[in-house]
Design a protein around this ligand. Structure first.
Ligand code: HEC
Length: 113
């Protein structure tokens, strides 16, 4: 009985994080910027956030104050999430490396830059 309850609980959790991923892609982040900063440590080797200087990737300082990404697409949650999920041009894809929550948190953090 206990085991059954646990299984259905984890099934619920999986569903919850899946739908969190979808809503994070659609609308603004309710992510936690402080947690996102920790997650961002794995991005920081390629991205500056304090200076405009390019590392492996472009500086992300003031990202959401810009009009467009390097790709020419407008800066918004969906396009930034797209970049995080798919990477490209030297950036690894984080689709399966980060959970939906972690991505929402990183997005919230990027909004503070
Ligand atoms: C191995 C180096 C590397 C890592 C690690 C990395 N990136 Fe990148 N990132 C890049 C490169 C290179 C680009 C430029 C891609 C392009 O020009 O299309 C980029 C582009 C971006 C952009 C678009 C910036 C713009 O102005 O267009 C965002 C946002 C971004 N990365 C976020 C992240 C986040 C968040 C993480 C961590 C989860 C991360 N990156 C990890 C190398 C990296």
């Amino acid at each position: 009985m206990k085991r059954l309850t646990f299984t259905s609980l984890s099934a619920m959790l999986v569903c919850a994080s899946l739908s969190a991923g979808i809503s994070a892609a659609q609308s603004a982040s309710k992510g936690d910027a402080a947690k996102g900063k920790e997650t961002f440590e794995q991005c920081a080797m390629c991205h500056n956030v304090d200076t405009d200087e390019k590392k492996m990737g472009p500086s992300l300082k003031g990202l959401f104050k810009r009009k467009t990404l390097q790709s020419g697409k407008p800066v918004n949650d969906a396009n930034v999430l797209d970049q995080i999920n798919n990477g490209g041009n030297g950036m690894p894809p984080y689709k399966d490396m980060l959970s939906a929550d972690e991505k929402a948190n990183v997005l919230a953090y990027l909004h503070t830059l």
